[in-house]
Design a protein around this ligand. Structure first.
Ligand SMILES: [Zn+2]
Length: 181
């Protein structure tokens, strides 16, 4: 568990956006948040007046959008396929990314433990080696510290709050399109 946490952190810290956000002061964070809320509000007011939320009559009223889409030849099948495709992508992007990373030997850290049982955790690379005695090919993992090991620790990309919200929303839209329309 310790190992997982430790290596997870090394990967988490690499996001430049998070780094930038963490380097802001408390006041700066408050101001940026306030600015973002104002921005969302400014964008939403005209959309509200054009009827996007279905509360006032306007060109963006949901039923009007539906009519427009129908006249453009967009059928129920199209929207079904669209939301299903969207759901599949939202659900599987990190699985695919992890599979590719795994196959190409990326996102690996060294598993070698020191005397206290603490893992090395340095980035490791996969290499193919041929055993002299048997002539068999095998994978070997070499880290920045020069440790050579037959195994390494893989760090899969996990879905964050935003990704999870996105696929749940896609699922909700799918249910609406498939069962309620
Ligand atoms: Zn190492």
């Amino acid at each position: 568990m310790y190992q997982t946490m430790e290596s997870f952190k090394t990967y988490e810290q690499q996001s430049p956006l998070r780094k930038w956000w963490n380097s802001r002061t408390f006041i700066q964070k408050r101001l940026i948040r306030l600015f973002m809320s104002m921005l969302v509000l400014v964008i939403c007011i005209p959309l509200y007046h054009m009827g996007l939320f279905g509360t006032v009559e306007g060109p963006l009223h949901p039923s009007r959008i539906g009519d427009n889409l129908a006249t453009m030849g967009v059928t129920k099948t199209h929207s079904m396929l669209f939301f299903l495709f969207f759901l599949i992508i939202a659900l599987t992007w990190n699985w695919i990314y992890n599979l590719v990373s795994h196959l190409s030997g990326a996102r690996l850290t060294c598993n070698k433990t020191d005397d206290e049982g603490k893992p090395c955790g340095a980035l490791a690379e996969r290499r193919k080696v041929v055993h002299r005695k048997t002539g068999e090919k095998a994978s070997q993992y070499v880290c920045a510290q020069g440790h050579k090991r037959p195994d390494a620790h893989f760090h899969p990309v996990k879905k964050g709050t935003f990704s999870n919200t996105l696929w749940v929303m896609a699922l909700v839209f799918c249910v609406i399109v498939f069962f309620m329309s």
